[in-house]
Design a protein around this ligand. Structure first.
Ligand code: PRP
Length: 183
C-alpha cells in the first residue's frame, strides 16, 4: 500500500519509500565498514521491525544471521512503562556474538534500553542498535544508537512496519496519522 492510497487518513506524508531505501543503503555501507571481518547477528524486534530487517539485510553486502524477539511493554495503551516481558525469545546463543538490534522506532527509549541490557547480560561480545526512526522529543532515557535512519517529530506515525490498531504496517512509506482516525 502507498501513502497515496490512504491520503484521507494522513495529516502529513513524512518519508517516501525511496527516502527510506536511500537512507538504508547509506546505513548498510556504514555497517559493512564497522563490522569488517566480524560476523553480525541481526536481532529484529517483532512486529514493527520486519520491514527494516528485510530491507537492511538485503542491502548488506555481507553474510548476516537473523533472529527475532517479541517483547511487550507493561503499560497502559500506547505508553511504555519500561518493564518489558519477553513473548518470544531468541533461538541463538549470544555468547561472544556481535549483535545488532534492528528496530523500526525508538520512542521513549525504554524498550531498547532494557533490551540492550538484557542481551549484554547473555555474554554478547557487543550489542549495538540500528533504528529506522527516532523521536528525540519523546525520549525518557538516553539510548546509545549507533545507526539511526531519521529523527522525526513527536507525532503518531504509521507505515513501514508501524501500526495503529494493527493497520498501516504494510504501507511503503511513513506518514503522520490524522487525529480524526484515532480520536
Ligand atoms: C514499538 C517499537 C519498539 C517500541 C519503542 O513496538 O517497535 O519496540 O515500540 O517504544 P519505546 O521506545 O517507547 O519503548 P510496539 O510496542 O508498538 O510493538 P510492535 O512492534 O509489535 O508494533
Amino acid at each position: 500500500m502507498d501513502l497515496a492510497d490512504i491520503r484521507d487518513d494522513l495529516k502529513e506524508e513524512l518519508l517516501t519509500e525511496a527516502q527510506l531505501h536511500e537512507r538504508l543503503e547509506e546505513i548498510a555501507r556504514e555497517i559493512e565498514r564497522d563490522y569488517e571481518g566480524r560476523d553480525v547477528l541481526l536481532v529484529g524486534v517483532l512486529r514493527g521491525a520486519v520491514m527494516v530487517m528485510a530491507d537492511l539485510a538485503r542491502s548488506l553486502k555481507k553474510h548476516v544471521e537473523m533472529d527475532w524477539m517479541a517483547v511487550s511493554s507493561y503499560g497502559s495503551g500506547t505508553v511504555s512503562s519500561g518493564v518489558v516481558r519477553i513473548l518470544k525469545d531468541l533461538d541463538t546463543d549470544l555468547t561472544n556474538r556481535h549483535v545488532l538490534i534492528v528496530e523500526d522506532i525508538i520512542d521513549s527509549g525504554l524498550t531498547l534500553s532494557w533490551l540492550r541490557q538484557n542481551l549484554v547480560s547473555r555474554g554478547a561480545a557487543s550489542v549495538e542498535i540500528c533504528t529506522m526512526l527516532r523521536k528525540p522529543d519523546a525520549l525518557k532515557v538516553e539510548v546509545d544508537v549507533k545507526y539511526c535512519g531519521f529523527d522525526i517529530p513527536n507525532e503518531f506515525v504509521i507505515g513501514y512496519g508501524l501500526d495503529y490498531a494493527e493497520k498501516y504496517r504494510n504501507l511503503r512509506g511513513v506518514g503522520i496519522l490524522a487525529p480524526h482516525v484515532y480520536q
